[in-house]
Design a protein around this ligand. Structure first.
Ligand code: PGA
Length: 242
C-alpha cells in the first residue's frame, strides 16, 4: 500500500516544517508527500519520501516556470506526480505532454505517480473506459511508475467513487497496464478502509485530507497491514508487496 499526500498549492516552507515535525507514518505502508516546489527542500530534510507535483521533460532550457528531473534529484526529491487533472484542466496538460514528462522523469531515475480519470460528463456519457484507455495508453511500462485513478468529479468535491466504481476502474486500468493503481478523490479517514480494501486498490492519492498530520496519519493507518508498496525513487526501484 502506498499513501501519497498531494498538497497542491498549500504550505510554504514554515508550514511544511510544522507538518513534518508532527506527522508520524505508521509501519507497513509506503508514504509520499508532494508539497509545492518551494517547500521541497524543507520536506526532504524530514527524511520522508518527497515527490514534486510536476516535472518538465528537458534537462534544462528556456522553459520559464518549469523544473527539470535533474533539479529535483539534486534536491533529494524521489519522484513527481504527473498529469494531475488540475494540470490538465487549468494548464493545458495533454496526454502527449504527460507522456513526455513521465518518460523523462523515469529515465532520470525519479518515481512517477501518473494521474488518469474521467470527467463527470464523460462518466455520464458512458465514456469512462475510452478516456482511461486513451490516458493510460501513453504511459510507459516502467517499474517506477504508479498510476493514480482520480475521477475528476470526485476531486475536492466530497463526492467519492463507490468502492465498486473504484474497483472496476482500477481493474480496467490494470488490464491496460499492469502497475499499482492508487485511488484519488475525496479520500478521508472515514472512507479510506473501504476503498483500500478493494482488491485492485493499491493505495491512495490524498488531497485535502493530507493537509493536517492526524487525518493523513489515520488514512495511512487504514492502509497499514494491507501490505506496503514502496514508492519509486532514484535508489530503490522495487515495489515491494504489490
Ligand atoms: P482531494 O484531492 O482528496 O482533495 O479530493 C485529490 C487529488 O486531487 O489528488
Amino acid at each position: 500500500m502506498l499513501i501519497a499526500g498531494n498538497w497542491k498549492m498549500f504550505k510554504g516552507p514554515a508550514a511544511t516544517r510544522e507538518f513534518t515535525a508532527a506527522f508520524r507514518a505508521p509501519d507497513g505502508v509506503g508514504v509520499v508527500l508532494a508539497p509545492p516546489f518551494v517547500s521541497l527542500a524543507v520536506a526532504v530534510e524530514s527524511g520522508l519520501t518527497i515527490y514534486a507535483q510536476n516535472v518538465h521533460w528537458a534537462e534544462e532550457g528556456a522553459f520559464t516556470g518549469e523544473i527539470s528531473p535533474g533539479m529535483l534529484l539534486e534536491l533529494g526529491v524521489a519522484g513527481a506526480i504527473v498529469g494531475h487533472s488540475e494540470r490538465r484542466q487549468y494548464f493545458g496538460e495533454t496526454d502527449e505532454t504527460v507522456a513526455k514528462r513521465c518518460e523523462a522523469a523515469l529515465a532520470a531515475g525519479l518515481g512517477v505517480i501518473a494521474c488518469v480519470g474521467e470527467l463527470e460528463s464523460e462518466r455520464e456519457a458512458g465514456e469512462t473506459e475510452d478516456v482511461l484507455r486513451r490516458q493510460v495508453s501513453v504511459l510507459p511500462d516502467d517499474e517506477r511508475l504508479v498510476i493514480a485513478y482520480e475521477p475528476v468529479w470526485a476531486i475536492g468535491t466530497g463526492k467519492t467513487a463507490t468502492p465498486e466504481m473504484a474497483q472496476d476502474a482500477h481493474a480496467f486500468v490494470k488490464s491496460l497496464l499492469d502497475r499499482p493503481v492508487l485511488y484519488g478523490g475525496s479520500v478521508k479517514p472515514e472512507n479510506a478502509a473501504e476503498l483500500l480494501g478493494q482488491p485492485d486498490v493499491d493505495g491512495a492519492l490524498v488531497g485535502g485530507a493530507s493537509l493536517e498530520p492526524e487525518p493523513f496519519a489515520a488514512i495511512c493507518r487504514a492502509a497499514s497491514g494491507v501490505g506496503s508498496t514502496e514508492p519509486g525513487n532514484g535508489e530503490d526501484t522495487s515495489f515491494a508487496g504489490v
